[in-house]
Ligand binder design. Structure first.
Ligand SMILES: [Zn+2]
Ligand SMILES: [Zn+2]
Length: 663
């Protein structure tokens, strides 16, 4: 069982978000977006890479599609995938996304087909048919897609209705964030999620290396730029998509107009945004706390300074502020206005913090150009001012790290970010948090192991072993601690007692039986096996010259001359000597062998013993008696001491040999 993530889009780039995650063989498509910067086959994810049995459609290959929010880089390819490629399975998104996504899709379709004259990818009917397949979900509502697959949505901030999605199959769980914002803005709250146990977190990383300063300062910078422009009689063009940033900036401008008592008109380019504002008014429960609170006295989306803009007004004299779709100046009306207004120095174009590669917005941001080639016949002089908005509904690097720390998932995949930046963030996550992190490119697959929990019964012996407390005592200051501390009199420092209980057991899984946790001592019994212990052995040589002296004093009743083969007698002599010298334990005499704990020693009469080490021994070999010693690893220290005593007999005997010849 594993999790395989095939990244079909937004891998090391921003655009056409699409991740196919297969969790224990259930396959989910997270987002189905399009790339704004491309008009060729790169515009859509390469759906042909989705593994499917030959001759079958996508219904068999994918269990469900989850759309996180209405932005086109997350939903733009959905009608194409359902109506042209033929996917007919379930699609999930939040209620606001279901309401607003068709507006975005229809607006985009018009721009592409009616204004840019491009080949139609999907029709207005396709959008309608596609949206019929959508099952709307509420926040924190657990949806059972089928008996094995469960999903849940969490508030993501970012745009109205945006959600992070949790998906669980068996014991394996992942979260796909989509786009999110960890700080509230004027019209939306901050992302909110439960502390979940996750095998994988797939997170956006648009601002992987950016740390933002105070929002207040950034807003003031924007208002200053706008005020300066209209004060000089210029026109301000704000290219945006109809939903999201348009509402956020409108709330900001309305507030400023009110305070500064400004009379300069603010326009929306099309009826679309007016229609969108209506939805915002309806979906007030999904907005920020402040908007919800003031809702009863005034709906923040009832813009009182904003009116509709007509194409005939493009070249009308006088200052104004215009919101024109689409964002990033990818075509349509915002491009038309841009052509007219860009050549005048007093005008101002404000661009969002992020514009996709390949868009005019991106060209304007990367070093101010003086001319922009639209196509081979059209060139635009750019003399106007350009202001880049430094606020964005995406989380910054700190927000990403905060979310990662909060969830501490087992693995992380970074998507929806630029390659060099996400490489830096990946390094930070690995080194600072020690979590495996991946940044796959488009069409690459990341495989990670999934979790499988085993329910097990525990043996009595194991349970008893867990109940042994392992107290740790440490003195601490007078502060009133937790329940585990107690006072030792009035003035005495408190004693901190902590119980560091760790239980180790052995998990036994037998075929067609319940898994069981045993104490380690029970295992052999259960297996019907004998214990195998590692034993050490050494056949130790001892010079008998030294022992002969002992004999004459200690063993007076035996024969005058000891035979070399009289093993037990040598042992008795040794026993007497060791009892004097060895004080570290009880030496017992069992007749055939001596024993201290696991250490055993007996006379070795074999010609060759496998435990004898061929040491270079000085003097006459016939004066040596060998004692075979065995011991287990626990008694290594005892063994070393006894053997060194035995050897010292030898060395003193060698010395004696040179002085007192034995014979
Ligand atoms: Zn977005
Ligand atoms: Zn996005």
């Amino acid at each position: 069982m594993a999790i395989d993530c095939l990244v079909l889009g937004a891998g090391q780039e921003v655009g056409k978000s699409c991740v196919i995650a297969s969790i224990n063989d259930k396959r989910i498509m997270f987002d189905c977006g399009m790339h704004m910067g491309h008009v060729d086959h790169r515009r859509y994810p390469d759906f042909s890479r989705i593994p499917r049995p030959q001759g079958t459609g996508f219904d068999r290959a994918i269990d469900c599609i989850i759309i996180t929010h209405f932005h086109l880089d997350h939903v733009g390819a959905l009608p194409y995938f359902t109506e042209v490629c033929g996917y007919g399975g379930p699609i999930y998104m939040t209620y606001p996304t279901k309401a607003l996504a068709p507006l975005m899709l229809e607006d985009y379709r018009k721009v592409m087909v009616e204004r840019r004259g491009e080949e139609e990818q999907f029709t207005a009917d396709h959008i309608v048919e596609c949206m019929k397949k959508v099952i709307p979900v509420d926040l924190k509502q657990t949806v059972q897609v089928d008996k094995d697959l469960q999903i849940r949505a969490y508030y993501a901030g970012h745009v109205l209705g945006a959600a992070m999605f949790y998906a669980k199959v068996g014991d394996t769980a992942i979260v796909y964030t989509g786009d999110y914002n960890m700080t509230p803005d004027r019209h939306l709250g901050a992302a909110q999620i439960d502390r979940l146990h996750l095998d994988l977190l797939i997170t956006e990383s648009t601002y992987a290396t950016t740390i933002r300063d105070s929002k207040y300062g950034r807003e003031r910078e924007f208002l200053k730029a706008v005020h300066k422009c209209i004060g000089g009689g210029g026109k301000v063009l704000i290219p945006t998509f109809a939903l999201g940033r348009a509402q956020e900036l409108c709330i900001l401008l309305e507030d400023y107009w009110e305070r500064m008592n400004l009379k300069v008109p603010i326009y929306f380019s099309a009826g679309l945004t007016i229609q969108a504002n209506m939805y915002y008014k309806m979906l007030i429960s999904w907005t920020s706390q402040k908007i919800k609170e003031t809702y009863s006295t005034r709906n923040a989306f009832d813009f009182k300074y904003v009116t509709n803009f007509d194409r005939s007004m493009i070249d009308a004299p006088g200052p104004c502020v215009l919101f024109a779709t689409p964002g990033m100046i990818i075509g349509g009306f915002s491009l038309e206005v841009f052509k007219h207004w860009a050549p005048a120095e007093k005008n101002l174009i404000t661009l969002p913090g992020y514009c996709g590669v390949g868009t005019i917005g991106h060209k304007l941001m990367s070093g101010k150009p003086t001319k922009i080639d639209l196509d081979k016949d059209t060139q635009i002089d750019v003399r106007c001012q350009i202001h880049q908005l430094s606020f964005s509904p995406h989380t910054d690097a700190k927000g990403i790290m905060d979310l990662v720390k909060f969830l501490s998932p087992k693995n992380i995949i970074l998507v929806h970010g630029e390659k060099p930046k996400i490489a830096i963030l990946k390094g930070r996550i690995k080194s600072e948090l020690g979590i495996p992190c991946y940044d796959p490119a488009n069409n690459e697959t990341v495989s990670i192991p999934s979790t499988h929990y085993v329910k097990a019964v525990a043996s009595d012996t194991f349970i008893r072993s867990c109940s042994h407390p392992n107290f740790k005592f440490s003195k601490s200051s007078m502060e009133d601690g937790h329940g585990s501390s107690f006072k030792l009199g009035n003035s005495a420092p408190q004693l901190q007692v902590s119980d560091e209980r760790v239980a180790e057991g052995i998990l036994v899984i037998e075929k067609s039986k319940k898994a069981k946790v045993l104490h380690q001592e029970e295992l052999l019994q259960m297996l019907g096996e004998k214990e195998n212990k590692v034993q050490f052995a050494y056949c130790c040589p001892v010079r008998i010259g030294n022992l002969e002296e002992t004999k004459s004093t200690d063993i007076t009743s035996t024969n005058d001359k000891l035979s070399m083969t009289d093993g037990s007698l040598w042992l008795q002599i040794l026993f007497a000597r060791l009892s004097d010298e060895f004080s570290g334990g009880n030496i017992q005499d069992f007749g055939e062998h001596l024993q201290v704990e696991s250490f055993r020693m007996s006379t070795c009469l074999k010609e060759t013993c496998p435990y004898r080490i061929d040491e270079t021994l000085q003097g006459n070999r016939s004066e040596l008696v060998f004692f075979c010693c065995t011991w287990s690893v626990a008694d290594e220290k005892i063994a070393q001491r006894i053997i060194s005593i035995l050897k010292n007999f030898g060395s003193s005997a060698v010395k004696r040999n040179s002085l007192v010849p034995i014979g």
